[in-house]
Design a protein around this ligand. Structure first.
Ligand SMILES: [Zn+2]
Length: 442
């Protein structure tokens, strides 16, 4: 098994104003990835005001007194760099990848808009139109996305993961400039953010620049603890079946309630090692063409063209363990659930093998070596980990947990989480004939 170093090389510290800083060294090219991650996202939104985190991300490019709107784009372009921003449930993040020589400008611009965003009425109104249009062109134009919005709304009945990151259409059309500015003033602060940089950036060398920019920002007293909403315990599976004439290829997807690295199912305490065990389980069930689902549904029973399973550990709230099946043309969707359940029943009965465990460990470590080589991925992983609730002290714990993981631990999480009561199955067909005996209910 390939063995990368046991920890991610980095320097991490917190400024007196509360801003977290993580520097990841990469001296191979004179380029730096500079990013600022806010501990705020769709997770922090209230019913009726969904989408405000994403809307605010758009507004962050409207400029400040010192730097008018559009100047960052121009500078980054002129320097041959790239920039982007993204909003998810757990975070809102901004990044630029630029030559090292442009880093001082980026730090000046990015730190300035932590507190000094200016927003004109007409700019708010036009940007809201842009966002409403974005929703129409993405979610609303895609039958599968439309469907999953409804499914997630039912699966997460009590937590904010049940509403779309972009927001419900009526909310987008309803909020005001004051809503956005309140959001900005409430959540944007040095002590609610993490600065993550990848490149030739050693603490000693970068500290004077940090002092001039980020360290000068005030600490805000009003930053509140984030939502820890808990999804209630469930006693029966949820099944959703829908027909949408726009569907070209039927969709079959199951998700099981699962803990994240930071929140257990229904608010249970997180058990160390379970996340890594679920990660390995996803690899064994559906990670490759030799995985169990593929062998059973694609090769042996010829019901599907493709199968996969995945698990996302890095989330602030409860997560899911997902299985997806692409049925073969002509196979009715009613046949898929029993076939998947048979694979799972066999796994729960007899357990995974030592050979499967070792193979999964090798694959995961190989992916890790590859991911670490990419500065964007390295930055993204750290930012996600911090905004989901982690610290750099625990960032590499999974390596030890993976190395020590046993067959018994994998079997234990399979039996604990692949349960009928924790299952939500979503089936989307283009026409009735694809369903078999299944009845639509959504
Ligand atoms: Zn957008």
């Amino acid at each position: 098994m390939p063995q990368p170093s046991a920890t991610t090389p980095h320097e991490a510290f917190t400024l007196p104003n509360g801003l977290q800083v993580v520097l990841l060294p990469d001296t191979r090219v004179p380029v730096v990835t500079h990013s600022l991650w806010y501990h705020v996202g769709a997770l922090d939104e209230q019913p009726g005001k969904t989408g405000l985190a994403h809307m605010t991300e758009h507004l962050m490019f409207k400029g400040t007194k010192r730097f008018p709107g559009g100047i960052m784009e121009k500078l980054v372009q002129r320097r041959g760099g790239i920039m982007n921003a993204f909003t998810s449930y757990d975070f809102t993040a901004y990044f630029q990848k630029v030559p090292l020589t442009a880093l001082p400008e980026m730090m000046d611009l990015e730190s300035d808009r932590v507190n000094n965003l200016i927003l004109a009425d007409n700019e708010f109104a036009s940007e809201r139109k842009v966002v409403a249009e974005e929703r129409k062109l993405t979610t609303e134009a895609d039958p599968s996305d439309r469907f999953f919005e409804q499914v997630l709304r039912k699966h997460y009945s009590k937590t904010p993961y049940g509403h779309p990151i972009i927001g419900w259409a009526e909310d987008i059309n309803g909020y005001t400039k004051a809503d956005a500015m309140t959001w900005y003033k409430t959540h944007y602060a040095a002590n609610n953010a993490a600065l993550v940089m990848v490149g030739d950036v050693q603490k000693a060398a970068i500290m004077p620049l940090i002092e001039k920019t980020y360290a000068a920002l005030p600490r805000e007293a009003h930053i509140a603890a984030r939502s820890r909403a808990v999804e209630p315990i469930r006693t029966a599976p949820l099944d959703f079946v829908k027909i949408d004439a726009q569907v070209q290829v039927p969709v079959w997807h199951t998700l099981y309630r699962a803990p994240s690295s930071f929140t257990g199912v229904a608010g249970a305490v997180v058990v160390p090692g379970e996340s890594v065990a679920l990660w390995v389980l996803a690899e064994i069930l559906g990670g490759s063409d030799t995985a169990r689902l593929h062998r059973a549904l694609v090769l042996k029973q010829e019901l599907a063209d493709d199968t996969s399973s995945s698990y996302d550990a890095v989330r602030a709230l409860e997560s899911t363990f997902d299985i997806s099946v692409q049925p073969k043309d002509g196979v009715t969707l009613e046949k898929i659930l029993p076939a998947v359940q048979a694979v799972i029943a066999e796994l729960l009965k007899n357990g995974v093998t030592e050979a499967e465990l070792q193979k999964a460990k090798t694959t995961i470590m190989a992916d890790e070596i590859y991911a670490r080589d990419d500065s964007f991925t390295a930055m993204y992983r750290v930012g996600m980990w911090l905004t989901a609730g982690g610290t750099m002290a625990t960032f590499d714990d999974w390596r030890r947990e993976l190395a020590n993981l046993t067959v018994a631990q994998v079997n234990a999480v399979a039996r604990k989480y692949l349960t009928e009561a924790g299952r939500t199955t979503a089936i989307l067909a283009g026409e009735k004939g694809q369903l078999g005996t299944l009845k639509t209910n959504l």
